[in-house]
Structures are given as C-alpha cells and as structure tokens.
Design a binder for this molecule. Structure first.
Ligand SMILES: C[S@@+](CC[C@H](N)C(=O)[O-])C[C@H]1O[C@@H](n2cnc3c(N)ncnc32)[C@H](O)[C@@H]1O
Length: 306
C-alpha cells in the first residue's frame, strides 16, 4: 500500500478499491474478520494507550452528559448508576474511563481473546497507578486521620477499579444467552461498523437493557468528508500499514445517520436521538489543533428502552 496513492484518493470507494480490490457503492463489509486479533490488536492498543487517553476521557464525559449517567462516589450506594456494558471494548481504555468517571459496575465484552487479555493488563496497570496515587496522598494527610495498616492492605489487594470492572470474552450476537442482563447503560464506541450483522447486534443490545436503560453508540459516518477522514488517519497510524488498511476497510462498513435511523425503525426501535458526535466546543478544538475531530465526522445515537 502506497501512502501517497492513498492520500491522493478522491473518495472512500476509490481507496477501498485500491486496497481491497472491491467496488463499493453502499455500506459494504470488506474486512476479513470482525474480531481484532494479533498485531492489529496490539497496535490498536498501543496507539490508544500512548496517544488517545484524553480522547477516551472526553468520550466518557460525553457519554455521561448525553445519557445523564451521573452517580456519586461516596457513598457508592447512593444514586448508583448500575451496570454499564461496554460492547466491543477492545483493550478496555474507554472501559477504564467509564469506571473512573462513574460509580457503576462495568462489563467489557469483546470477541477477541487478545483484546480481552490486553484489557486485563491495562486494568492491572491502571489499578497499580491508582493505588500508588492514593498511597502518596495518604502520606500527606495528618497523622490522626491516616488509614490503618489494614486499610493499606485492603487497598493493595482490592483496588476499587478491580472490583468494579469485569472483562468477558464473547459475542454481541449471543448476549441474550448469557447472564449479562438488566443492563442500565450500553456503550458501543467505534464498534457498530465492526459487526457483520449490525441489526442482530442492535437487537441484542436492546434486549439486555433494563426498562428506561440507554444505549450510547458512537461511530464514524461513512459519508463524512473524505479529506477529513484521510487526515484522521494521523501520523501514528501511518507507522503501521495494517492499521491504515483496517481503518479504511472499517470505513466501508460505517453507517450514515440516515441508514442507522432506517435500521432502528425497521427493528421497531422508535425512541432514539441521533446527532453530531462533536464533543468539543469548536473554539477548543481549533486551539488544540483538533479540527478534524470537531468536524461532523462522527455521530452519536442515544437509544432509550421503552
Ligand atoms: C475498533 S475496536 C473498538 C474498541 C473500543 N470500543 C474503543 O473505542 O477503543 C472494535 C472492537 O469490536 C470487537 N468486536 C468485533 N466483533 C465483535 C462481536 N461480534 N462481539 C463483540 N465484540 C466484537 C473487536 O474485536 C474490536 O476489539
């Protein structure tokens, strides 16, 4: 794959044809597998860990704002937001943010064994970091309110994040057959396009939701401005051709907002709100050089179970 050639393409269809040899004129599934495995999983995780932490933080904030998922941490039992299911959680970087920014119990589900294993490593690392932070904080507080040795041991053994996050390897299509039920919030970020049968996936997400529960879907729009989509590949992704190929293949199976709307209506789902995925005020994105993220390239769909 030649970078210059791809960067000179005029449309998604042209790029897909150059890379995959397929002619596309509508939503098409050109990726070989749904599951992200081996080097693809490792590379996706590495970029996320090293360059996207702020993005994940902002998405978790956006999720709370749009779904009204607010709880208080002390005590956790008051206004507890319940269970959040992160579908297609990948290496769990958003899952971690959801856990840190809410007081819910979080389930991260992914088809890929590698992704689940990376997610568990990321959770262990983040927990250790948090434990260290708390211990540093405890050192600074006055002697009379310092925690006991017992508290310290408890913290080492059971960091709150470890207790609240559970990673499960499984498929979105089989949710109904698991004990993952009565979910208060489903999050599905950058994953809907990955499903070869999105209707079945949406049906399953809706089924396991509790009454009044909400689904937060965030993904790219297949009909977004092609020059912006190309820009969003970014220097880090260009270092790894597999990632660029995957990104362009993934674009071919993204929904347009009109298509998603039609799909939801055909499933009998009527209570939803589809809007632009912007999560930063334009002035901030311009200042931070994130213009391509501020443009209308992503959508967010909030579905409420009635
Ligand atoms: C592009 S990643 C997104 C990861 C994460 N949500 C994020 O925002 O970084 C899509 C994930 O969906 C997973 N996936 C694909 N098909 C799936 C299925 N049928 N059930 C569950 N997960 C699936 C893939 O393995 C991959 O990890």
């Amino acid at each position: 794959m030649n970078r210059e050639e791809i960067e000179n393409t005029k449309s998604l269809a042209e790029a897909v044809h150059k890379i995959f040899g397929n002619h596309i004129d509508s939503r098409s599934y050109v990726l070989k597998t749904e599951s992200m495995t081996e080097s693809l999983a490792q590379e996706y995780d590495a970029i996320g860990k090293n360059h996207r932490q702020e993005t994940y933080q902002r998405i978790a904030e956006d999720f709370k704002k749009r779904t009204g998922c607010y709880g208080v941490n002390f005590p956790r039992t008051a206004f507890n937001v319940g269970t959040i299911l992160d579908i297609g959680c990948g290496s769990g970087l958003l899952t971690l943010e959801l856990a840190e920014q809410t007081n819910g119990n979080i389930i991260g589900l992914d088809l890929s064994e590698e992704m689940i294993s990376l997610a568990k490593d990321n959770l262990a690392r983040r927990s250790q970091e948090k434990t260290k932070e708390i211990k540093e904080f405890w050192k600074k507080i006055p002697e009379y309110c310092k925690p006991s040795q017992q508290d310290l041991e408890k913290l080492e053994k059971n960091h709150p994040l470890l207790e609240r996050i559970n990673y499960v390897r499984g498929s979105v299509y089989e949710l109904e057959e698991t004990d993952i039920q009565n979910i208060n919030y489903v999050v599905c970020r950058n994953a809907l396009h990955r499903f070869q049968y999105p209707e079945r996936a949406l049906e399953q997400m809706y089924t396991v939701l509790s009454h009044n529960g909400k689904i937060y879907i965030r993904d790219l729009r297949r009909d977004a401005n092609w020059q912006i989509i190309l820009k969003r590949i970014g220097e880090q992704r260009w270092q790894t051709q597999t990632l660029v190929q995957d990104y362009i293949g993934a674009m071919a199976s993204m929904f347009t907002t009109e298509e998603l709307e039609q799909t939801l209506l055909s499933l009998g789902i009527k209570e939803f709100n589809l809007s632009s995925g912007e999560y930063l005020p334009k002035e901030i994105s311009a200042k931070e050089g994130l213009n391509e993220y501020a443009e209308d390239t992503e959508y967010v769909c909030i579905i409420t179970k009635t």
